[in-house]
Ligand binder design. Structure first.
Ligand SMILES: [Fe+2]
Ligand SMILES: [Fe+2]
Length: 228
């Protein structure tokens, strides 16, 4: 049942689910933060990286729509999709300002590690589908969205500070608030209407952690190549 309305955000099980996620190893997060600090020194490629985040937000919104049949699309799903599209738009807006309008498309030359970003997304999607066994688009949506929202909540608040220091204050404020609210909604749904096995969640978090570490390593290596 995909309504996401009837479970309380303050449910203790929801809190536990989110706390478990926050207790994950922080190494790759620190690595990613280092990368953000470094790329912010180079507006020309920083704009492409912002465009990559826009691309990822766009992929997220597309995945929500593609994962559900029309008869399952609720008001909440439309809102979530609309918000992800707006996030894509916000990152694109900063990217365009920073590049004087140059990074206008999602073609390879306008992205920073675009292929690796798509691989990160596909890894989550495909692994969730495999581990769930029987096709279950709603459970797949919940699983992959939970993982992505957990990651967004580790990254975006820090990135907001970096962007403010780079001359773009306030742009990510609404995104940070909405990603947090998405995480609460999804966690509430998983601990309420659609329980998913904690073992499966842990397994998927490890796989996401590895995929994210790989993505971060690619970003750092691309940045080193630019600096060389
Ligand atoms: Fe988003
Ligand atoms: Fe989100």
């Amino acid at each position: 049942m995909n309504t996401m309305q009837s479970t309380s955000f303050n449910d203790p099980n929801t809190e536990t689910l989110i706390e478990t996620a926050q207790a994950q190893p922080a190494n790759s997060v620190a690595d990613f933060h280092d990368f953000l600090r470094d790329i912010a020194k180079h507006p020309q490629i920083h704009a492409k990286f912002l465009n990559t985040l826009s691309f990822m937000e766009y992929m997220g919104s597309r995945k929500i729509l593609k994962s559900q049949r029309a008869e399952s699309i609720t008001f909440e799903l439309l809102s979530h999709t609309a918000e992800e599209i707006r996030h894509a738009q916000t990152f694109k807006k900063i990217a365009l300002k920073m590049s004087d309008g140059k990074v206008s498309s999602y073609s390879a030359e306008h992205l920073f590690c675009g292929v690796e970003a798509a691989t990160y997304f596909q890894t989550l999607d495909q692994t969730a589908a495999q581990r769930l066994g029987a096709p279950d688009s709603w459970a797949n949506y919940l699983l992959t969205t939970l993982l992505i929202e957990e990651r967004a909540n580790q990254i975006y608040p820090f990135y907001e500070e970096i962007l403010a220091a780079a001359g773009y204050p306030g742009y990510l404020k609404l995104i940070v608030r909405e990603e947090n609210s998405h995480l609460q909604d999804i966690a509430a749904e998983i601990t309420g209407n659609t329980p998913l096995s904690p073992t499966l969640l842990d397994e998927l978090r490890k796989i996401e952690g590895t995929a994210f570490a790989k993505f971060t390593a690619s970003l750092k290596s691309e940045l080193r190549a630019f600096n060389a």
